[in-house]
Design a protein around this ligand. Structure first.
Ligand code: ADP
Length: 287
């Protein structure tokens, strides 16, 4: 998956994609990432079973469900972060703009540039604010006419520029948690991804910092496809266009396996879900 690889956008309508059409019927979208019969193993343990999903371009999709049902595991497949976990293995297919993410010839560095990731705990490098943003373009060896402009643009898009423009040479570690998380989003943006994966990005933040990140996500959706794992149902309801609800089934040996229950437009999931398990979770009856 290199710059020269032609992107062949896969246009699917929700109605033909195999997911529940709900009240989004007729709202077609271009699918950026698709999974088919995706299962993920850690050693012999099948953590997630047979997941079929579509993630629409410039949509925010939230993945919700009880702890341990495989949401982060699935998220990490999209940019092959699970490759870094010994024993992790994927079965089934994941495509990105129609290309098999797990094909042998795929350059995982390039996948992770295009499909960026923001983690639960902000993880700025122990460098200056400026160098955190410039890091990606530099290691990619990009010839940019002005690194200052690259840094300013990324920080502006991450709604952080006004707060840091006078202290770009100061350590990123001196920023507040919320600022650090927006810095990590800016660092991700600086290498020009088109998908941003967010794994509980507000879990360590206070309500004000959380609200800033949520506002930012809505702005970023104009330019990026966003997939967020959140344990916060209100957050999913506030920010996402589509929601995927996961749960875990227990097999005959008492082993839990994560599975997708349903994926639909967020207002449908929260007001009129198709599956009683979703209803039970949303209403707080289990999970
Ligand atoms: P969620 O994000 O929904 O909380 P996870 O994807 O973290 O769920 O975990 C799904 C299942 O996979 C859990 O049973 C968890 O213990 C297991 N798991 C997650 N990461 C690893 C790992 N690195 N090694 C082994 N098992 C793991």
């Amino acid at each position: 998956m290199t710059e020269s690889t032609p992107n062949l956008p896969v246009s699917v309508s929700v109605a033909s994609s195999g997911v529940n059409t709900g009240d989004g019927a007729g709202r077609a979208f271009e699918s950026v990432i698709t999974t088919r019969d995706l299962s993920v193993y850690y050693g012999s343990y099948q953590a997630v079973r047979h997941v079929d999903m579509n993630f629409g371009k410039n949509r925010i999709t939230a993945m919700i469900g009880p702890s341990g049902c495989g949401k982060s595991t699935v998220l990490r497949c999209f940019n092959r972060m699970n490759d870094l976990i010994a024993g992790a293995r994927v079965e089934g297919t994941i495509t990105y703009h129609g290309q098999d993410v797990y094909a042998e010839e795929v350059d995982t560095i390039e996948v992770r540039r295009r499909v960026g990731m923001v983690f639960q705990k902000p993880n700025p490098f122990p460098k200056s604010i400026y160098d955190n943003i410039a890091y990606g373009p530099r290691v990619n060896g990009w010839k940019v006419s002005s690194m200052d402009d690259v840094v300013e643009e990324a920080l502006t898009r991450a709604a952080l520029w006004d707060e840091v423009k006078d202290k770009l040479k100061e350590s990123a570690l001196a920023l507040s948690g919320g600022q650090q998380q927006r810095l990590c989003i800016a660092r991700c943006i600086a290498v020009q991804p088109d998908v941003i994966l967010m794994d509980e990005p507000c879990a360590s933040l206070d309500p004000i910092a959380t609200s800033k990140i949520e506002d930012l996500m809505r702005e970023l959706a104009d330019d990026y496809t966003i997939i967020i794992v959140t344990h916060n149902m209100q957050q999913a309801a506030r920010v996402s266009d589509r929601t995927a609800f996961f749960t875990a089934d227990v097999d005959d040996e008492g082993v839990r396996h994560g599975r997708l229950v349903e994926m639909d437009w967020t207002n449908k999931i929260f007001t009129n879900p198709s599956d009683p398990r979703t209803e039970g979770y949303i209403s707080g009856r289990f999970g």
